[in-house]
Design a protein. Structure first.
Length: 532
């Protein structure tokens, strides 16, 4: 039977051995071909270019024999050095730390302990597996694993690197590792050029029951002026969302260009989407479990809740009565991001507050002169808004620079394997604190942008909605190139194995290969003349 391993080397027994696993060999059962293998150089015998598997694979998953100790062994055992002078000098220098005891090579450590030199990759994998996740393993880190293996008396040149790689690819270690809370994507600020172009929408609740069993707040915030509109509801369905947008946003401020919201069912329902599409409103959804992508709405929620909390004392159910005054106070308070009040950016002047009726100010005393000043303010409204926009851009730049210093970017490509953070609704039932922290693996199917990705399962099923890189981590497994090579070799071996059942076809193939080689060799050896 034929087997292809990725590369070939001559064998003194007259057959071609692949340089990969012991099972992956090419045996040509022919005395004539065997004689040819001894007489002539063989690497060019095949008429096609094979896919070469890497000699050394990260993670040591190949079952080849490690040849790193061959020169040292030959020098200590047979007093043989490499022909190259530099290699000979290097071998002689290295050999001073090695010794042979009962036909086994050992290396002297700095403490004088003899470390057994492991040259078989199967044994290396066995040691790594037993020390890390075997009966005596504790799933320690890469450096701890390498130190433990050395203390147990084993050595090979890439011990530390292989230990770290093995731990990084351990399925249990990856799924139980802690979540890194550093931001995984730079801050992407949104600048809106005019008021009421873009609104952020969110729901706050549950709150203490108010009259009418109202326990939810529907909040919309203008991205430019920071003007907040909010309403109390007993339940927030798509019907309530559509009605609130129509009455409080469209009928008062016009049709917006965009509305940013999360993935709540009332926001992404067919009715809500149809309502927005008919009016030319672009409905933008944030990634699940990542409220930072709709940061303005979350900030408004915090402002409203903090203001209501401070106004109420014992009667928590009166928050609905306090809501209008909370919104009014927010609209007439200057914002640090713009340097202006939301009211002035919308109407071009400052609102008259109730205190001015008790303690008159200059504008209330000089009504006629104030009317003239008001007209000037209206003429300068565009300039005020441009100034607010520049202030907003400068403020966002400061925040971005501070935020981006802490970013540890996670960048994935289509086809990458990732794990997704386990949330309360997706964790194993009754597992408690023993539940895994990451689930998967999943495959990146599409890069949305700004740290958002679409996922599919290993079976090819698409995961609903996009997910932020903050909740994803790379799943380390066998190198993709190794998987591709192994798959190609497996397919080629299957084809060759099927062909080997036909003895006549095999004989014809061997004869064709032999004659092809003679034609390529172009030598006048006796064997070549006989075969020709």
């Amino acid at each position: 039977m034929w087997h292809f391993s990725g590369h070939f080397s001559p064998c003194p027994q007259g057959c071609l051995h692949g340089g990969g696993t012991p099972e992956a060999k090419v045996h040509i059962q022919s005395d004539t071909c065997g004689t040819l293998a001894v007489t002539l150089a063989l690497p060019q015998i095949l008429g096609f270019n094979p896919v070469f598997a890497p000699r050394r694979t990260v993670g040591l998953m190949n079952e080849e024999i490690y040849n790193w100790s061959l020169d040292i062994w030959n020098y200590l055992k047979h007093d043989q050095l490499p022909e190259d002078k530099m290699e000979a000098r290097k071998t002689r220098s290295k050999a001073s730390r090695y010794t042979i005891f009962e036909d086994q090579l050992y290396r002297r450590s700095t403490t004088g302990l003899l470390l057994r030199c492991v040259t078989n990759k199967i044994q290396i994998n066995q040691i790594l597996q037993e020390m890390h996740d075997g009966e005596c393993g504790n799933h320690a880190g890469g450096r701890s694993l390498a130190s433990r293996i050395s203390r147990q008396g084993y050595y090979w040149p890439t011990l530390r690197e292989d230990a770290i790689t093995y731990v990084q690819r351990c399925d249990a270690c990856q799924k139980h590792s802690s979540m890194v809370h550093r931001p995984s994507e730079p801050l992407h600020s949104v600048l809106v050029p005019w008021p009421f172009m873009r609104w952020g929408m969110d729901i706050v609740g549950k709150l203490p029951p108010a009259p009418g069993q109202k326990v939810y707040l529907l909040v919309l915030t203008d991205y430019f002026s920071k003007w907040i509109e909010a309403g109390a509801f007993s339940q927030v369905r798509d019907k309530e969302v559509i009605s609130f947008i129509q009455k409080n946003i469209i009928y008062r401020f016009g049709v917006p260009a965009e509305i940013m919201c999360d993935n709540g069912s009332q926001f992404i329902s067919d009715k809500t989407r149809t309502f927005c599409e008919k009016r030319g409103i672009k409905l933008i959804t944030s990634t699940p479990r990542y409220p930072q992508s709709n940061g303005l709405a979350e900030s408004s929620n915090k402002v409203i809740i903090n203001s209501i909390r401070k106004r109420l004392k014992g009667a928590k159910g009166k928050w609905v009565e306090e809501l209008p005054s909370v919104l009014w106070a927010n609209r007439t308070t200057p914002r640090a991001s713009t340097g202006q009040t939301p009211y002035s950016l919308v109407y071009g002047c400052e609102a008259v507050l109730p205190i001015e009726a008790q303690i008159p100010t200059a504008r209330s005393r000089t009504y006629d002169q104030n009317a003239i000043n008001l007209s000037y303010d209206l003429d300068a409204l565009e300039e005020i808004r441009e100034k607010a926009l520049r202030t907003m851009a400068a403020q966002k730049g400061i925040v971005e620079r501070y935020f981006n210093k802490k970013v540890k970017a996670k960048i994935f490509q289509v086809g990458d394997y990732v794990l997704r953070h386990v949330f309360q609704n997706t964790q194993e039932p009754n597992a408690g604190k023993l539940s895994i922290k990451w689930e998967g693996p999943y495959i990146i199917s599409k890069v949305i942008g700004n740290g958002a990705y679409r996922l599919t399962t290993m079976e090819g099923m698409e995961i609903p909605r996009s997910w932020n890189a903050h909740h994803l981590k790379r799943y380390r497994t066998i190198n993709r190139m190794d998987r591709t090579i192994n798959a190609s070799i497996a397919r080629l071996n299957a084809c060759l194995s099927q062909e080997s059942h036909d003895k006549n076809r095999m004989d014809r193939k061997i004869t064709a290969i032999t004659h092809d080689y003679v034609a390529r060799a172009q030598v006048n050896s006796p064997v070549a003349r006989i075969l020709s």
